[in-house]
Design a protein. Structure first.
Length: 319
């Protein structure tokens, strides 16, 4: 932000001085990820990758003079590719603090983690900090082990689709929406009218397929001991405390991030391994807990996944 302000001030001063030609970029292009050491001084490395905020494949806009940010899907793939080229990498920790997000974004990240594990033979551990629900839990199942902080919330296994029905409001203010369509279901889930029973049935069928896929990734996770019937009893959308999730066999261990790091150092034989993360120039992370707050404000939640249609199938805990 300071760099952007400096560019702006330079531009204003140049204009006021009467310069005819000015070549000062207002938008600073995104820089490649760089490595930052958080603690430790050993040769080998334990990499922390953040899964935080609402999970979406859409890029974040920067606003006026702001710098846009790549989507979480893009950042995770870039991070995994960088990690794959590091011969000193001993392990990866997915530091999760997210209520979930879109089905597609959650599934892409889950897939990319699976492909990374095939190519890079290092342990991948998911550590749920405050919240690791729905799509975030979906992603966590790609790890070799799922841990959670004692006060974490997880679960919310299921699918949701939301839409507004503003038909009554529009009638009160004298507005009427007209649609010309090639088929009677072309505007299915429109916010301007109530969904028909047939349309609700179509939506239910789609939700059932996405829900079944969610169950499949949990059943396929390393260390799973639940049958499909047992899992379905637990996967009714409810959230769990860390202890409840452990009792339900949805996670493998309750531990702090410090404990996860210590266990990985012992497991990999890298007792003094450096703990590192990736960042872009202009940002700073001072400890293993830097940047863990879930960015789930109303603007991001509504703008981040709704898109132009205002509806989307979600793996999301949205109370």
């Amino acid at each position: 932000m300071k760099l952007q302000i400096a560019y702006f001030i330079t531009l204003v001063m140049a204009i006021m001085s009467g310069c005819a030609f000015v070549n000062v970029p207002l938008m600073v292009p995104p820089s490649p990820l760089e490595e930052q050491v958080l603690e430790g001084d050993g040769a080998r490395k334990i990499l922390i990758i953040d899964i935080s905020g609402t999970i979406t494949e859409e890029e974040k806009t920067g606003g006026f003079l702001g710098k846009g940010a790549p989507s979480l899907v893009s950042v995770i793939r870039e991070s995994l590719r960088k990690a794959e080229q590091d011969d000193r990498l001993a392990a990866v920790i997915l530091r999760i603090n997210s209520p979930g997000g879109t089905i597609t974004a959650s599934d892409i990240i889950h897939h990319d983690l699976g492909e990374f594990k095939k190519r890079k033979n290092v342990p991948v551990i998911a550590c749920i900090m405050s919240t690791g629900a729905s799509g975030a839990y979906y992603i966590a199942t790609a790890a070799d082990e799922i841990t959670a902080h004692p006060t974490a919330v997880t679960g919310s296994i299921g699918v949701i689709i939301m839409k507004f029905n503003v038909e009554g409001l529009m009638g009160k203010i004298g507005l009427e929406q007209q649609t010309v369509k090639s088929g009677d279901k072309k505007d299915i889930m429109s916010p301007f009218r109530k969904a028909t029973p047939e349309e609700l049935a179509i939506g239910r069928e789609m939700i059932d397929q996405f829900y079944s896929r969610f169950l499949d990734v949990i059943l396929a996770r390393q260390g799973n001991r639940l049958s499909r019937d047992e899992l379905k009893k637990r996967a009714d959308g409810r959230i769990y405390t860390a202890q409840q999730a452990l009792d339900a066999q949805l996670i493998d261990r309750i531990a702090y991030l410090d404990d996860v790091i210590a266990a990985l150092r012992a497991k990999t034989g890298a007792g003094s391994a450096r703990v590192v993360t990736y960042y872009r120039p202009g940002s700073y992370k001072g400890s293993i807990y830097s940047g863990t707050a879930a960015r789930e404000g109303f603007v991001e939640l509504m703008g981040g996944f709704a898109g132009s249609s205002g509806t989307s199938f979600m793996y999301l805990w949205n109370p």
